[in-house]
Design a protein around this ligand. Structure first.
Ligand code: MSP
Length: 649
C-alpha cells in the first residue's frame, strides 16, 4: 500500500495563530485528505516549536515563565485546528520528553561519527531568524527578513560539519529534481549551494546565554540550537529510530513550509539526516506569502488576519476554498475579504451552487426527485469530465491546488453550458423523456465527480453534496472519481440545495452600513457655528456601525464553579472556562434566578472583552448574557456542543 507522511512547520509559540499558519495547515490537511481518498496510508503531523531566545523574550514580555507561556500559546494552536477541521494525527511540542530524547539521540549519533566539533565562532546573529546570518545574506547590514541589525556574537560553540555534505546535497537535488518544489525554490537552493562554500552550522548555545533548550548529551554547559532541535520533530513523531511508525512513514515524507524557512529545510535538514545515516525526505513543498494590501501581516500594522474570524464570517468551506484557489502555490498572494467574497459569489454561488440547485429542482420536477436511468451517455460530456478529473488529481498531487481547482471548474462551467444548450425544460415539454434522462443523468454524474474531487478542499460541502445526490459511504478519489456511471439510478435526491448562497460584499469599517442613497443634489455637510461638520454615519439613530458591533468579543464558555457572593444577595461568583489558561471570574447578578448548582456545567455566552471592574470587592472579567422571560431568566447558549472559547459572530 502507498504511504504518505505530511508535515507542517512546527509554529513558534511567540505569537497566536494567524492566516499564514492556518494556510499551511489547511493545505497540509487538504493533502492528507487527498492522500487518504487516494487510498494511501497517511500520517499528518503538526505542532509547536517552543525553545530558543524568541520564546524567552516573548515570555518575559508577558511576565510568564517560558514554560507557562509556551503552554498557553501552544494551547491556542492546538485548539484552533479542530475548529478548522484539521485532521492531524499528532500534535507535537518540542518541550515534550519524547522529543528531548530524540534530539539527544540524534546529536549523540552525529557526534559519535565525527560530524560535530567544538570551535570558536563570531557571527551576525539575528534573533528573529534564530540563526547566524552570513555576510552575503545581509542587506545593507540588516537581516533581509526582519529589517533589524543582527548582533555580533563571538563564542565557543559546537558545530555540525555541514560543509562536508555540500556536494552530496547538490548531487541529490540533481538526481531528484522535484526534491524541492516548485522549481523556483529548487533553483534558489541550487544557486545558493553552487555560489559559495557551505558553512558549518553552529548547533549549540552556551547556557550562560540561554538555558531554555535541550541540553547537549555530550556537554551539559550547552543547550541545542533551536533549529537543530525543531527539525528533529519530524522524526520524534514517528518514534525514531526504532518505532513502527518510523519504519512505516519514513522516507515517504513531504514537508510543507513557506519560503521564509527554505534554507533550514532544504539545506540543514537533509544534511543532518545524511550525517545521521537516515534517508532524506521525499519532497519539500514550498509556498509563498500571504500579503495584506501588498504588505506582510504584522501586529504593529494591525493587519493580522485571524483565521477563525474568517471562517466564522464566511464559512469554513468557503475560506478553505479561497485559500487553495487564490494562491498559486509557490507565489505570494494577496488576502482581502473582497476577493474572498468575490470568489464565493462567482465560483461557489453562481457556478456551482446555482447549477446544483437547478439540477436538483429539475430532477424533482421531471423525475420525482430520483436519479433517472440513462439509456445512452453523451461522449463529449464524458470526455470533459474524465479530463477535468484526471487533471485535478494530477495537479493536486503536485501541489498545484489553484490550477487543480481551475481545471475542475472547467467541468463546472462546461456543465452549466451543457444544461443551457440541452434545455431539459424543452425536452420535458416535448415529451422526450429518454433523452431527458440521459441529459440529467450525465449532469448528476458529473456533479458527483465534482463533489468527490472537492472532498479534500471543502470537506463539509462536498459530503453535503454527495448526501444530496443520495451517495452513501466515503468516496475514493482514484478510480471512483474518474469512472463513469457510478451514480446509482433510483437514488433519492434532495429537492433543492442551498449550499452556497450569495453573500454581500464585506462591510468596511468607516464605510459601514447601507444608509440612504445619496441624492445627487445633496451637498456635503458644512461646518456650522455649532462646530465642525460631523461625518454622519448613514445608520440613523439607535443603530450601531457594523465596525462597532465587531468590537464586541462574544464567546462561548463553560461554567466550572459557582459560589454565592459572601455579602451581596444578588451576586454569584461564576468561574467561566473560555479555553484560556485559567477560568475567568464573572460577578453576575443572577442569584435571584439561578442557584449555583443550576449554573455549574452549563454553556454560557459571555462578553469577553468587557473592561474588568470590581463589584462588591470581587473582580469581574466579563458579562454573562441572559434573556429575560415572563418566568424569570434564561441563559443564552449554543444549540450544540461548541469548544470553550469559541467566538460568537
Ligand atoms: N518554528 C519555525 C519552524 C520550525 S519547523 C521545523 C517557524 N515558525 S513560524 O511560527 O514562524 O512559522 C513559519 C511558517 O508559518 C511559515 O513557513 C508558513 O508555513 C507559515 N506562515 C507564517 N506567515 C505566513 C504568511 N504570511 N503567509 C503564508 N504562510 C506563512 O518558522
Amino acid at each position: 500500500m502507498d504511504r504518505f507522511y505530511i508535515t507542517t512547520p512546527i509554529y513558534y509559540v511567540n505569537a497566536t495563530p494567524h492566516l499564514g499558519h492556518a494556510y499551511t495547515t489547511i493545505v497540509a490537511d487538504s493533502m492528507a485528505r487527498y492522500s487518504r481518498a487516494m487510498g494511501r496510508d497517511t500520517y499528518f503531523l503538526t505542532g509547536t516549536d517552543e525553545h530558543g531566545d524568541k520564546i524567552v523574550q516573548a515570555a518575559e514580555k508577558g511576565g510568564l515563565t517560558p514554560r507557562a507561556y509556551a503552554d498557553e500559546i501552544s494551547g491556542h494552536f492546538k485548539a484552533l485546528w479542530p475548529e478548522l477541521q484539521i485532521t492531524n494525527d499528532d500534535f507535537i511540542r518540542t518541550t515534550e520528553p519524547r522529543h528531548v530524547r530524540v534530539v539527544q539521540k540524534l546529536l549523540q549519533r552525529i557526534f559519535d561519527q565525527g560530524d560535530i566539533y567544538f570551535g570558536e565562532y563570531g557571527g551576525h546573529y539575528c534573533t528573529g531568524c534564530e540563526r547566524f546570518l552570513t555576510e552575503k545574506e545581509l542587506a545593507d547590514g540588516l537581516c533581509p527578513d526582519h529589517k533589524t541589525a543582527p548582533e555580533y556574537i563571538a563564542e565557543k560553540n559546537y558545530f555540525f560539519r555541514m560543509s562536508k555534505y555540500q556536494q552530496w546535497l547538490l548531487d541529490h537535488i540533481a538526481v531528484n529534481p522535484d526534491f524541492i518544489r516548485p522549481e523556483r525554490y529548487r533553483s534558489e537552493v541550487v544557486s545558493m549551494l553552487e555560489m559559495g562554500v557551505l558553512e558549518d552550522l553552529c548547533i549549540s548555545r552556551p547556557k550562560s546565554r540561554l538555558t531554555w533548550g535541550i541540553e547537549l548529551p555530550f556537554d551539559t554547559d550547552y543547550v541545542c540550537y533551536v533549529w537543530f532541535d525543531a527539525l528533529a520533530n519530524y522524526l520524534t513523531a514517528l518514534d525514531w529510530p526504532d518505532g513502527e511508525k518510523f519504519r512505516r512513514y519514513w522516507p515517504v515524507t513531504q514537508h510543507l513550509v513557506a519560503k521564509d524557512i527554505l534554507k533550514p529545510h532544504a539545506v540543514f535538514w537533509p544534511t543532518m539526516l545524511k550525517a545521521a545515516g537516515i534517508e532524506p525526505y521525499r519532497h519539500l513543498n514550498v509556498h509563498g506569502y500571504w500579503l495584506v494590501k501588498e504588505t506582510k501581516m504584522s501586529k504593529s500594522l494591525g493587519n493580522v488576519i485571524k483565521p477563525l474570524d474568517m471562517s466564522w464570517k464566511y464559512g469554513l468551506d468557503t475560506f478553505r476554498y479561497f485559500l487553495l484557489r487564490e494562491m498559486k502555490f509557490g507565489n505570494d498572494a494577496s488576502f482581502s475579504e473582497e476577493a474572498l467574497v468575490a470568489r464565493r459569489n462567482s465560483d461557489l454561488a453562481n457556478d456551482l451552487g446555482n447549477l446544483f440547485n437547478r439540477v436538483l429542482a429539475m430532477c424533482q420536477k421531471y423525475f420525482s426527485g430520483v436519479v433517472p436511468a440513462p439509456s445512452a451517455s453523451d461522449e463529449d460530456l464524458k470526455e470533459l469530465a474524465a479530463n477535468a478529473v484526471a487533471n485535478f488529481v494530477r495537479l493536486f498531487g503536485n501541489c498545484q491546488f489553484s490550477q487543480a481547482l481551475e481545471s475542475l471548474w472547467e467541468l463546472v462551467r462546461g456543465l452549466n453550458k451543457h444544461v443551457d444548450s440541452q434545455a431539459p425544460w424543452a425536452l420535458f415539454r416535448d415529451g422526450r423523456m429518454d433523452r431527458l434522462a440521459d441529459v440529467m443523468y450525465g449532469v448528476l454524474e458529473c456533479l458527483r465527480k465534482v463533489a468527490v474531487c472537492l472532498v479534500p478542499v471543502m470537506p463539509h460541502a462536498a459530503s453535503e453534496m454527495l448526501a444530496q445526490l443520495g451517495v452513501v459511504g466515503s468516496p475514493a478519489l482514484d478510480g471512483e472519481a474518474g469512472a463513469w456511471g457510478l451514480l446509482t439510478p433510483g437514488n433519492q435526491l434532495a429537492a433543492s440545495s442551498t449550499l452556497f448562497p450569495r453573500i454581500d460584499p464585506p462591510v468596511q469599517a468607516g464605510a459601514a452600513c447601507p444608509g440612504p442613497k445619496k441624492d445627487k443634489a445633496a451637498k456635503p455637510a458644512a461646518a456650522t457655528e455649532a462646530g465642525p461638520a460631523r461625518t454622519e454615519t448613514p445608520c440613523g439613530p439607535g443603530l450601531v456601525e457594523f465596525a462597532d458591533f465587531q468590537k464586541l468579543d462574544l464567546r462561548v464558555g463553560v461554567v466550572r464553579e459557582v459560589v454565592r457572593h459572601p455579602d451581596a444577595d444578588r451576586l454569584l461568583l461564576v468561574q467561566v472556562d473560555l479555553g484560556e489558561e485559567k477560568p475567568r471570574q464573572v460577578v453576575a447578578g443572577l442569584a435571584e434566578f439561578f442557584a449555583p448548582e443550576d449554573l455549574a456545567g452549563r454553556q454560557v455566552v459571555i462578553v469577553a472583552n468587557l473592561a474588568p471592574r470590581k463589584l462588591r470587592g470581587y473582580e469581574s472579567q466579563g458579562m454573562i448574557l441572559v434573556v429575560r422571560t415572563e418566568q424569570g431568566m434564561e441563559l443564552l447558549t449554543a444549540s450544540g456542543p461548541v469548544a470553550s472559547g469559541a467566538k460568537v459572530s
